[in-house]
Design a protein around this ligand. Structure first.
Ligand SMILES: *Cc1c(COP(=O)(O)O)cnc(C)c1O
Length: 357
């Protein structure tokens, strides 16, 4: 894949950039460039290019605007102490996008092309990757959209894949603190045969009203149960969950409809290496309530690219509440181990890091 590059002649100046990187927030500021490639049945993937960051011009009849044929990824680039820049398991993101693409009836973007696209954008916008202090990073957002101008319902015959990038500050500003959860008993995020296992915007659109419900009840995040029986814990809609038992064993939900996070699989490996027995299985909401009450469950945490690993506090639902588990010790240990690998402060014995610059 030969990527053409047109550099911006209006890049953000150094003074403005250091101001942005001092307090980047999340998803507010975007880098000077973006990556684009397009697909048609005749040409396949073609015209990969880096161009100045800017708005798209889309016909109002563009398919994605109507039928939400879309997939995306979320990953980060980290600057190490020596100035080098790395991504974390980028092939895993590429492979997940292939799986999401199959579910959304998209053409598959080869893993190497996905990784090359992300690498090239990070190289061109390397000055946007913040210093390693304070868990800052460059958040990367690859996404694929149906760009055919057509209102018929069928897979788009014109597809656009893009990568944009946005500097991100630490998820927790005043130090890591447990997130409180609201259990929605009305809404589900996925059903059998649905697209819960795909990273696609529609899953997020359907989660917004439940998140509103959580906020209205004074909770940080919402937890979803399975769509069939309304009995098994799924995930938070953007983060996967873990339950730590008194004997050191760990359970993470496996229902077939959760989105399997790359942080999730990394935590499974890390916890295993730390000597914990980790099982992926169905985990009922009653097991949660009773386990915390009896002291059998000693820690609960959630994980995803944005927050890395976060302790889970209390759980509220319509008519009840269960308190935060006793400890956050293992949670913080796993969190630290992962962050240290990502920022190059610990040996990467799993071979997870990918050097870009
Ligand atoms: C992206 C995502 C996660 C977390 O995945 P990571 O790869 O760990 O960032 C969890 N749940 C949903 C629904 C997601 O979209």
């Amino acid at each position: 894949m030969e990527i053409s590059t047109t550099l911006s002649d209006q890049v953000v100046d150094d003074a403005k950039l250091s101001e942005i990187l001092a307090a980047p927030g999340f998803g507010i500021h975007f880098t000077d460039h973006m990556f684009t490639t397009e697909w048609t049945p005749e040409k396949g993937w073609h015209d990969p290019r880096i161009t100045p960051y800017g708005p798209l011009t889309l016909d109002p009849a563009t398919a994605v605007l109507h039928y939400a044929q879309e997939t995306f990824e979320g990953m980060k680039a980290y600057r190490h102490e020596d100035g080098s820049i790395w991504t974390f398991r980028p092939e895993a993101n590429a492979e997940r996008m292939v799986r999401s693409s199959r579910r959304l009836a998209f053409p598959e973007l080869p893993v190497e092309e996905f990784v090359a696209a992300v690498d090239e954008l990070v190289k061109v916008d390397a000055r946007w990757v913040p210093e390693s202090v304070g868990e800052k990073s460059l958040y990367l957002r690859p996404f694929m959209i149906a760009t055919e101008k057509f209102l018929g319902v069928r897979p788009s015959q014109h597809v656009t894949f893009m990568v944009i990038a946005s500097p991100a500050g630490a998820y927790f500003k005043g130090g890591v603190k447990p997130v409180s959860l609201w259990l929605t008993e009305e809404y589900t995020r996925a059903g059998r045969g649905g697209m819960g296992a795909a990273k696609t915007g529609g899953n997020y659109a359907s989660s917004l009203v439940a998140q509103q419900e959580a906020s209205a009840h004074g909770c940080d995040q919402v937890v979803f149960l399975d769509g069939q029986e309304g009995k098994y814990v799924e995930e938070l809609g953007g983060m996967n969950m873990y339950f730590v038992f008194k004997d050191g064993s760990i359970v993470t939900p496996q229902t077939g409809t959760i989105l399997e996070g790359i942080t999730r699989s990394s935590v499974i490996e890390l916890a295993g290496k730390l000597g914990h027995q980790v099982s992926e299985r169905k985990f009922s909401i009653d097991e949660w309530r009773n386990g915390v009450d009896s002291g059998e469950i000693v820690e609960i945490f959630a994980c995803g690219t944005a927050a890395v690993v976060t302790p889970v506090g209390s759980l509220k639902w319509d008519g009840g509440e269960v308190a935060a588990p006793a400890s956050t010790e293992l949670t913080m240990q796993i969190r630290q181990a992962l962050v240290d690998i990502q920022y190059g402060r610990a040996e990467d014995s799993f071979g997870w890091m990918h050097r870009v610059v």
